[in-house]
Design a protein around this ligand. Structure first.
Ligand code: TYC
Length: 105
């Protein structure tokens, strides 16, 4: 086998190894309950940031209120990170303690 064949072979193996240990590429974005953020702010946030209908936003908000957390959507990692940081910033800008977080799907 020539030197260049060796390189090709090695890099194929390296690619396979990297593929085997890759993290899940999709993440759940979860909304967390608190005692202070107004319900209508949460509903508006779900419509604005996750394109939910008023009905779905109300259902998710009540699920978070009763169960402590609720699913806003499942996104590729980069988009999940962006959503979480935009939502947490939006809550902070409006002086509410609401928190959003991501977890592997
Ligand atoms: N528990 C809040 C209240 O009673 C409502 C709320 C719902 C807050 C969802 C945060 O992610 C949240 N006003």
């Amino acid at each position: 086998m020539s030197q260049s064949d060796d390189h090709t072979h090695d890099s194929d193996l390296a690619t396979q190894n990297r593929t085997e240990i890759q993290e899940p590429s999709f993440y759940k974005v979860m909304l967390l309950n608190d005692d202070f953020t107004p319900m209508d702010f949460v509903v508006e946030l779900l419509m604005r940031h996750f394109r939910k209908s008023h009905e779905d936003a109300m259902r998710i908000m009540l699920e978070v209120h009763h169960d402590g957390r609720g699913l806003c959507g499942v996104f590729p990692r980069d988009l999940a990170e962006t959503k979480v940081s935009q939502v947490n910033q939006y809550a902070r800008d409006n002086d509410h303690p609401l928190k959003c977080a991501m977890e592997p799907n």
